[in-house]
Design a protein around this ligand. Structure first.
Ligand SMILES: NC(=O)c1ccc[n+]([C@@H]2O[C@H](COP(=O)([O-])OP(=O)(O)OC[C@H]3O[C@@H](n4cnc5c(N)ncnc54)[C@H](O)[C@@H]3O)[C@@H](O)[C@H]2O)c1
Length: 351
């Protein structure tokens, strides 16, 4: 049988789910009276709704894993556009390789988990489980990151910036060159929702920044991950009460939880995260961070007990239910916009 062409392989798009179209309230309410993860999910959805209904609570969303490529990108965009999140902590893969990539006009395709990976390699197609990506397009994403670094260098000279500042420039880039595409970095830019990626070089951004630094050996842009931590801590101090909605675990989960301790180190008394929900496939037996329970986080002084809930399940199944439940409950309608990104612009202007 003849080998399929690249065009044959890249034809069925991954279609993002639209939480606005699915009123899951009766389903999730019914699940809350079941057992196991159905009950946990029902409780998690109610806690997220409580965060949004609490007018003093700012919401931080954490993203790990391959969420944006898997059809969840629109969920996060809807959350940003409807005041359901005030700050984001994520992995670079989600923000750069998957969201910014689509902001540039590229797509993710439905593939086959049993595919011949050697054949995919010959076509320069990358696979994430059952999803295909055109690697040639990813290279354009890498080089666009280098271009943004070049432009920042030309505008302000060599310096180290937080990932938050760099990602805002990515939002500005999409606003300028692809204003009609749907993108999380674009929506966050427009809504002044800061996005932090603590391990920023561990993705397409890394390729772009390495290229940029090698081509500007005498002065270049760098990423200051301590600045990310400081800025997120400042945000926590400004916010006061906070709730976490963590999708997956990894670096974003720890980074967002640790700001309570960082505030203490700086001599401030601040509340632990009052509300916390984590949707994860990891369990706690290995003692690693991703599956550590939110009760355990209480022993570290990071998360309050009471309104916290772990849900053990894969996020393409659990997040649409939790997010759609909160969306259709509508508490977000009465929420004030925080526009936390402006906090750092003001600081920059004062320097
Ligand atoms: N995921 C990718 O395709 C990809 C691509 C390029 C770079 N990277 C980089 O690799 C690093 C780690 O990335 P990562 O976040 O993908 O892996 P990760 O293994 O660090 O994810 C952390 C944990 O989150 C949980 N998790 C992940 N996906 C989940 C899901 N769908 N549902 C529920 N729980 C889930 C798992 O417990 C996992 O152990 C990051 O710096 C990222 O930028 C990842």
């Amino acid at each position: 049988m003849a080998e399929p062409t690249k065009k044959d392989l890249l034809k069925d798009l991954v279609v993002g789910i639209d939480i606005k179209q699915h009123d899951v309230r009766p389903l999730v309410d019914a699940m809350a009276n079941m057992a196991f993860q159905a009950r946990n999910l029902g409780r998690a959805a109610k806690i997220y709704d409580m965060m949004l209904a609490d007018k003093d609570c700012s919401v931080i969303v954490c993203m790990a894993g391959s969420l944006c490529s898997a059809g969840l990108r629109d969920v996060f965009i809807d959350m940003v556009e409807n005041r359901m999140v005030d700050a984001i902590v994520a992995t670079g893969a989600n923000i750069v390789d998957q969201d910014f990539f689509e902001g540039l006009g590229f797509k993710h395709y439905r593939g086959d988990v049993r595919a011949d990976d050697g054949m995919l390699r010959r076509h320069a197609i990358d696979r994430i489980y059952d999803t295909y990506i055109d690697e040639d397009q990813l290279r354009v994403c890498d080089s666009t990151m280098a271009k943004i670094a070049d432009e920042m260098l030309a505008a302000g000279g060599p310096r180290a910036v937080s990932s938050r500042e760099f990602i805002r420039e990515m939002g500005a880039y999409v606003a300028k060159h692809h204003p009609t595409t749907r993108s999380l970095v674009l929506s966050a830019y427009r809504m002044d929702v800061p996005i932090f990626v603590p391990a920023f070089s561990d993705c397409s951004a890394g390729f772009g920044l390495v290229y940029h630094q090698v081509h500007h050996p005498d002065g270049h842009m760098a990423i200051d991950s301590a600045a990310d931590f400081r800025e997120l801590t400042e945000l926590k101090l400004r916010a006061g009460r906070t709730g976490l909605l963590m999708v997956g675990g990894g670096v974003p989960k720890n980074f967002a939880q640790d700001v309570v301790v960082a505030a203490e180190v700086l001599g401030h008394e601040t509340e632990m995260h009052k509300y916390a929900v984590q949707l994860t496939v990891a369990d706690e037996r290995d003692g690693a961070l991703s599956g550590s329970t939110l009760r355990e986080a209480n022993s570290w002084g990071k998360v309050d007990l009471g309104d916290e809930q772990m849900v053990f399940g894969e996020a393409t199944v659990t997040l649409p239910l939790v997010a759609a439940y909160a969306y259709h409950r509508g508490a977000w309608r009465a929420r004030e916009e925080r526009r936390f990104a402006k906090l750092f612009e003001k600081e920059a202007a004062e320097k």
